[in-house]
Design a binder for this molecule. Structure first.
Ligand SMILES: [Zn+2]
Ligand SMILES: [Zn+2]
Length: 402
């Protein structure tokens, strides 16, 4: 039963003929310090335990073979010792038992670890599959629909806020090497000086259409989140109104480019840098933390599964203004969070901190949302600007002039 075979022997086995050093039969491995067959292994152990002493009936120099090995125990045992078999390698009964116990204990521990290992339930796997599919249905990698938006216009004076954009270079020096080779003109498109007060927002029509389109997609995604459609219409609207911009910021990370800090959605027309967004009326108060957020999120290297779960968790936040059925939404969000945590533990190697970092991103989104609302309000308060927005944008983000 007790074999002295150790793991290291596997290595020997590849290089050594597996032939019993005692009788030449097929060997089964190392036993008591020598390569032997099962027969000679047993013979050596039995002989040692019995402290047997044998005498050769012949002249003490029998050649031991597979067929005659039973004929002379004396010469067989002598051969055993000659090839290096040692009785010190034989375990006592007590040691054998201890070894068996140890093996059993390891097996038990392994089984326990296996049982404790987080795993995705059938339901959780289904939720992930549903969300990934929902995202694929509502996020078009080709960005071909962008051609239908009012075209982007980048000429014209740079707004005052954009001319301050150079200060964002401080951001690039701050953190990592991915910034260090950003081209100088990342933050600035046109000529920086202008006495224009920003009333001509050349990018506003295009970006308003882009945001409006994105809101539609976010609504489509939300409807496919398990449980969302079972909420009251009022709660669905409350959740969408308050989270739409956050989910848009999250999903836009897919097109965000660390090399040049832009959102690249196909051709050069649809490559958006900070300056483009300032030409739609937003200032660095929003754009600086937004780019920081995009960089941080990008660097998390989330799996698509994690990305879609994060968007769903963001959408199903019970603490949004106007929410009625707080408890129900919280239950839905808790299920999503548990699924995300289980997924990370199982599939994201070294992802011990990923969950915490993702939750921090949700907190960042809240302040981005707040700043966006502020800037949106002042923009939509000006009729010449609000008239460029779409009905859906006005409905979701609110209409000041009504
Ligand atoms: Zn043998
Ligand atoms: Zn003999």
């Amino acid at each position: 039963m007790a074999s002295t075979t150790t793991l290291a022997n596997d290595e020997f086995d590849r290089n050594m003929p597996r032939i019993c050093g005692v009788c030449g039969d097929k060997a089964s491995g190392f036993h008591f310090n020598a390569m032997t067959c099962e027969g000679c292994k047993g013979f050596f152990r039995r002989s040692m335990k019995r402290k047997a002493s044998f005498t050769c009936p012949f002249n003490g120099s029998c050649t031991i073979t597979k067929d005659n090995r039973r004929h002379c125990q004396a010469c067989r045992l002598k051969r055993c010792v000659d090839i290096g078999m040692m009785k010190e390698f034989i375990l006592t009964d007590e040691e054998v038992q201890r070894k068996k116990d140890l093996i059993q204990r390891r097996k038990d521990e392994e089984a326990q670890r296996e049982a404790q290992r987080p795993r995705l339930s059938e339901e959780q796997s289904q939720v992930i599959a549903t969300l990934v599919e929902a995202h694929h249905k509502t996020y078009d990698d080709s960005y071909s629909d962008f051609n239908r938006f009012r075209p982007p216009v980048r000429e014209g004076p740079v707004t005052r806020s954009a001319s301050r954009a150079a200060s964002l270079h401080s951001l690039s020096d701050a953190s990592s090497d991915s910034f260090s080779h950003s081209p100088e003109n990342v933050w600035q498109g046109g000529s920086p000086d202008s006495d224009d007060d920003g009333s001509k927002l050349s990018m506003l029509p295009h970006l308003a259409d882009l945001v409006s389109y994105s809101i539609q997609k976010v609504i489509g995604f939300a409807k496919m989140i398990p449980g969302f459609r079972e909420l009251t219409a009022e709660d669905q609207i409350a959740l969408l109104k308050s989270s739409a911009i956050e989910v848009i910021m999250l999903r836009s990370n897919q097109s965000f480019n660390l090399e040049d800090m832009s959102w690249s959605c196909g051709g050069p027309d649809f490559k958006y840098c900070v300056n483009d967004v300032t030409k739609a009326g937003h200032t660095l108060e929003l754009l600086e933390p937004l780019v920081k957020f995009q960089v941080g999120l990008k660097k998390l290297n989330l799996h698509e599964e994690e990305h879609v779960l994060l968007m769903a968790i963001c959408l199903l936040s019970p603490d949004r203004p106007g929410v009625q059925d707080h408890g129900r939404i919280e239950t839905l969000q808790d299920h999503l969070s548990e699924t995300l945590q289980a997924y990370i533990q199982l599939h994201h190697p070294g992802g011990r901190l990923v969950y915490a970092k993702m939750i921090q991103k949700l907190a960042d989104l809240r302040s981005l949302n707040e700043e966006h609302s502020k800037q949106y309000r002042s923009l939509s308060f000006q009729p010449e600007h609000s008239m460029q927005l779409t009905p859906l944008v006005l409905e979701v983000f609110g209409s000041e002039v009504s």
